[in-house]
Design a protein around this ligand. Structure first.
Ligand SMILES: [Zn+2]
Ligand SMILES: [Zn+2]
Length: 346
């Protein structure tokens, strides 16, 4: 079977590999869709300290079960499934407390286990042990189901930041994650949602689909001033930074309202994680700053429901479908920002 394996930064190889078989406690799926995101770009350029090469990458996985390993119950050949990416251990102090996204022993599909850029993939026991396989509702296709994983991360971020009814929300970054944040904020009852990006082309492309209440191009205007104008000088209730930009994080602090909430949703490059932060703004204005790290199996389950119910549609965000043999082109397309969601169909 064909697989895309990471060997080293700049070295992802398309190669033939023996088809795996499901061992005891495992499932084997035919991967139907494995979508791509900025993480794949990061891995292809810089690698990742948790990936021991060679490794089949790809972590936004949906497929069809083709083999059920000994001792696995509840699943049958032909079942359509979505698979979690982040695998909590289920037993550490954080997991025992239900805080699966900060599990200290977390593993990931496409990092510790071979991922979805392959014709067939094994779902390991550790995924099944934490209920990390979800049945895909009949009314959505597997490309849509593959977007449940990034949406699950967005759901985690917005739940931590408490996005809700009547909020004015600013989303900084108009990539696929930014688009999902706009859609989810609407579903959660936000009154106004503003979308910010420094790339006018990407901003327009995304805004055309997710229809924010206003778009702000940070290259053309001062984003902070514009948000203050749009909110009568008050600032936004919630600001979400969905971009690997320290500048966006610094701006967030200046455009958020008194007692506002900020989600540092996107991480910064590991060689530039330090920002300038006016601590007195946090202090006097009682501003809360939250992190967000991936998603739990339960977030994946609920994200799939949000997609299937139509509360957060994703079909129109999938702008490119490519064969596995085009994996390099897919990753370049994600890096260029000319598509919203690129899905690989092995
Ligand atoms: Zn991803
Ligand atoms: Zn744990």
């Amino acid at each position: 079977m064909l697989v895309a394996r990471f060997y080293a930064p700049g070295d992802i190889r398309l190669e033939q590999a023996p088809e795996p078989t499901a061992g005891p406690g495992q499932l084997k799926i035919a991967v139907v869709n494995c979508s791509t995101c900025g993480t794949d770009v990061k891995i292809s350029r810089h690698g990742h300290h948790h990936i021991r090469p060679p490794r089949v990458i790809g972590h936004e996985i949906a497929g069809r079960i083709v083999e059920v390993g000994e001792g696995v119950s509840g699943w049958a050949e032909g079942d359509r499934v979505q698979v979690i990416a982040a695998i909590p251990c289920g037993t550490c102090v954080e997991c025992a407390d239900g805080r699966f996204t900060v599990c200290s022993n977390q593993e990931s599909m496409g990092y510790h286990y071979d991922g979805g850029f392959a014709e067939y993939m094994i779902i390991p026991e550790s995924v099944l042990a934490v209920d990390g396989v979800n049945r895909v509702p009949e009314n959505i296709d597997l490309a849509e189901a593959s977007v449940a994983e990034p949406l699950a991360c967005v759901l985690n971020g917005q739940e931590i930041a408490g996005v809700g009814e009547g909020d004015t929300v600013v989303v900084m970054g108009a990539g696929p994650i930014g688009c999902l944040h706009v859609r989810l904020a609407r579903a959660k009852g936000a009154a106004k949602v503003y979308l910010v990006d420094i790339n006018r082309g990407r901003l327009d492309m995304s805004a055309n689909i997710v229809q924010p209440d206003a778009t702000i191009c940070g290259e053309e205007v001062d984003a902070v001033e514009t948000v203050l104008e749009l909110t009568g000088g008050r600032g936004a209730d919630v600001v979400i930074t969905a971009a690997a930009s320290g500048r966006a994080q610094e701006d967030a602090l200046r455009m958020v309202s008194r007692s506002g909430r900020i989600s540092f949703f996107g991480g910064l490059p590991k060689d530039a994680p330090i920002i300038q932060l006016d601590s007195n703004l946090v202090h006097y204005r009682e501003i809360s700053i939250f992190g967000a790290n991936g998603s739990s199996p339960e977030h994946n389950r609920r994200a799939l429901e949000l997609i299937a119910s139509g509360a957060v549609p994703v079909a129109d965000l999938i702008t490119e479908r490519m064969a596995l043999s085009d994996v390099h082109k897919a990753i370049e397309t994600v890096a260029s920002g000319t598509a919203i969601k690129v899905t690989i169909q092995p």
